[in-house]
Ligand binder design. Structure first.
Ligand code: HEC
Ligand code: HEC
Ligand code: HEC
Length: 69
């Protein structure tokens, strides 16, 4: 969905490469801070679009952090 909506891959991938599991790896290596991607990318964009009244993704914790059954 993001790849269709946001044409520029580097909107997100300037912070981490195009590789599965890389965010956790970089956090383990302390090259990314905990919540850095969440706050500087995900929430920043979703909140800005919400404020602008545009189509957006979730901004509430439980919509992204699903509780295991
Ligand atoms: C909204 C943010 C965002 C955008 C925009 C985005 N990506 Fe990603 N991409 C991610 C995230 C998050 C991951 C998962 C990283 C991880 O697992 O740590 C990822 C992972 C990937 C992976 C690895 C997936 C896998 O399963 O091997 C590839 C390849 C990738 N992205 C390519 C792209 C390409 C090409 C574009 C542009 C067309 C793009 N991405 C745009 C956020 C984004
Ligand atoms: C749009 C989806 C999204 C929303 C909404 C969201 N998060 Fe996150 N959160 C993420 C992603 C993705 C990560 C992993 C990347 C990172 O650490 O930046 C994360 C990471 C975290 C971490 C760090 C985990 C660790 O130990 O590394 C905490 C704590 C957290 N979120 C709490 C919250 C809280 C509290 C809220 C509500 C205020 C919230 N999140 C809302 C997507 C989201
Ligand atoms: C540059 C803006 C932008 C960034 C950065 C971004 N998103 Fe989104 N996201 C959107 C938009 C726009 C939508 C709504 C797309 C639609 O409804 O067509 C969306 C939708 C979503 C959805 C809802 C998917 C669904 O099935 O309804 C989730 C979950 C989500 N984003 C998670 C994330 C996470 C996790 C990150 C960070 C890794 C992130 N987003 C980063 C713009 C962004």
């Amino acid at each position: 969905m993001h790849q269709d909506n946001i044409k520029d891959c580097n909107v997100c991938h300037d912070l981490f490469p195009q590789k599965a599991g890389v965010i956790q790896d970089l956090k383990n290596q302390e090259k990314l801070k905990k919540k850095q991607v969440m706050n500087k990318k995900c929430l920043k964009c979703h909140r800005a679009k919400k404020k602008a009244g545009e189509k957006t993704g979730p901004t509430s914790c439980s919509k992204c952090h699903l509780k295991p059954e």
